[in-house]
Ligand binder design. Structure first.
Ligand code: HEM
Length: 526
């Protein structure tokens, strides 16, 4: 039996994202042990040995996570190759990707079970990093392979030490109680992360220029657009990092008032940083922009982009169900007709009205003068019903293809996941707003689901045969995904932060919803 290729590709991207996230924690932990907790053990006093032990413990756990994710990704790849290329399992095990996955698993396990010695930690971490670069686009380039491999290594290493190091800084701040100790720890972490950001940026610059090479490739392909999305998230992370560096400097001058803010911003930094890992995995699964320009029909011109983005009236009426195309096989996609586009336009524009109204009601509630507006989460449940009924008309509840058969198409699977996220979202938040769910952590469900939804939009693929049309659709999803991520983490900061941070954040997320509504109102597929 052959496995549905698009679905397998989506699962592999998610597993690669999970592996990169665990790898960040592993490499961030190793760098923390080698450059922070071990060298500072004496100056940190009695907290020093406790921090060393805890940092090693979490590094070992991260190593197990890397081994698990690499094993799962390798196995799915073997299954995929066996089923699609009609190879034997032994032949599939010989594929280069599978062998690098095996190297990752072995070196991660070495760190997990024998990694108390620094040399083993360093060698294990370096091998995991090398194996990761050897399975990226860099290793497959025929020209300037060496330069791209070095850039990829620098980029991945910097990203991991920075993003994966932040949880270890938080661990340190929890275990070290003296102000002087916290300052020494914070300063050392700041220096390490600044170096890591430098490596990340140099690597990103070389990869971005080398993999695009022209403005047309940068602006006209999904690869270029996703790099733009990463750049925006990087700018946000850098501004958080800068604020945290200022808090640490203030700590050195005797004031620890900024420490609460540092903790909360660091939490948001970890969340956004891990989302970038999934975006990176999705980026690595796209064809390179520089290769795509060889086929001019696959690249959108600035004129085509401007045309698609120009404001137009939303369509609020739908064609009849009978005019919608139904694929002959449950796993197949069809080339959409004008009626299919009109059907989708109706869905998007009505969804837009729901989201816009949610944002406006949340803003009204935020003013403190409209308590009734707190029932806005009920609109999310209405939105989920709309999505369930109409997002994929060829399957249950409207179409002939059985519900589970159609889940083989990753686009349909992603729609169903988003519907589930929106439903959970609405139920939890409505209960929270009405005071029926008072557990301290329950309100955090809303921002987390919001951020996950935004991340899914950023990694969301469209299985259209027409690459240019897929890109033009993705172009509208990227800003919405970014706004979803900002909505989630600003609500998180409102809930967990204090003072000005919480106040400002409390205005940001409803505004994000309004902006998502407006963008969606202008969405179209042709
Ligand atoms: C916080 C910011 C960032 C993080 C955490 C990050 C992380 C990563 C990671 C982990 C990879 C490896 C992906 C893989 O091999 O599966 C990667 C690849 C890459 N990143 Fe970033 N990145 C960041 C920012 C950027 C920026 C700003 C750019 C450029 C504008 C960029 C461009 C690239 C490119 C071109 C690749 C190569 C992907 C491929 O092999 O096709 N990254 N990034």
């Amino acid at each position: 039996m052959s496995l549905p290729t698009d679905l397998i590709a989506f699962v592999i991207t998610l597993l690669r994202g999970a592996q990169l996230a665990a790898q960040a924690l592993l490499l961030g932990g190793i760098a923390f042990v080698l450059a922070v907790s071990d060298p500072l053990a004496a100056p940190l006093g009695e907290a020093g040995p406790r921090l060393c032990a805890a940092a090693r413990r979490w590094t070992r756990r991260a190593a197990l996570g890397v081994a698990g994710a690499a094993l799962a990704a390798g196995s799915i790849n073997v299954l995929d190759v066996v089923s699609t290329m009609d190879l034997s399992v032994m032949d599939a095990l010989g594929a280069e990707f599978v062998q690098w996955s095996a190297v990752t698993v072995a070196s991660a396990l070495l760190v997990a079970f024998a990694g108390n010695r620094k040399i083993i930690l360093a060698a294990g971490g370096a091998t995991v990093l090398m194996a990761s670069a050897m399975t990226s686009h860099a290793a497959a380039r025929l020209d300037q392979r060496g330069i791209f491999l070095v850039a990829d290594l620098l980029h991945q290493c910097g990203a991991a030490i920075w993003i994966g190091g932040i949880p270890f800084l938080l661990l340190g701040l929890r275990l070290v109680h003296q102000r002087d100790g916290r300052f020494i720890l914070g300063r050392r972490c700041s220096q390490l992360y600044a170096l890591a950001v430098g490596a990340l940026a140099i690597g990103a610059l070389v990869l971005a220029v080398g993999y695009t090479r022209s403005l047309t490739a940068l602006t006209g392909t999904a690869y270029g657009a996703m790099m733009g999305g990463k750049l925006v998230l990087l700018a946000t992370l850098l501004s958080f990092g800068l604020l945290n560096a200022l808090s640490i400097r203030r700590l050195g001058r005797g004031g620890d008032a900024g420490l609460g803010r540092l903790r909360r911003l660091a939490e948001a930094e970890i969340g956004i940083g891990l989302t970038v890992m999934f975006v990176a995995a999705s980026l690595a699964s796209h064809p390179l922009a520089v290769d795509q320009v060889s086929d001019p029909t696959a690249v959108a011109s600035l004129h085509e982009i401007a045309q698609r983005m120009a404001p137009a009236w939303p369509s609020l009426s739908s064609p009849p169900l009978g005019e919608i195309s139904v694929p002959a096989d449950a796993s197949m996609t069809v080339n959409p007709t004008a009626a299919d586009h009109a059907w989708s336009g109706f869905n998007h524009h009505w969804s837009a009205l729901f989201v816009l109204l949610i944002g406006l009601l949340a803003l009204a509630e935020r003013t403190g003068r409209a308590a009734w507006a707190r029932h806005w989460p009920a609109l999310l449940i209405g939105l989920a019903v709309l999505l369930l009924a109409r997002s994929d008309p060829e399957t249950w509840p409207l179409g002939p293809i059985p519900f589970f058969d159609r889940l083989r198409d990753p686009e349909v699977l992603q729609h169903r996941l988003i519907t589930l996220v929106v439903t959970l979202f609405g139920c939890f938040e409505w209960a929270v707003r009405c005071g029926r769910l008072n557990r301290t952590r329950a309100p955090l469900i809303f921002p987390l689901l919001c951020a996950v939804g935004g991340g899914l939009l950023l990694t969301h693929g469209h299985s259209l045969a027409d690459v240019k049309q897929s890109f033009l659709i993705e172009l509208s999803h990227i800003p919405m995904g970014l706004l979803g991520i900002y909505a989630g983490w600003s609500r998180w900061l409102e809930l967990r932060g204090e003072g000005r941070v919480a106040r400002v954040a409390g205005w940001i997320w409803p505004i994000c919803f309004v902006l998502i509504g407006l963008l969606l109102l202008n969405y179209r597929e042709s």
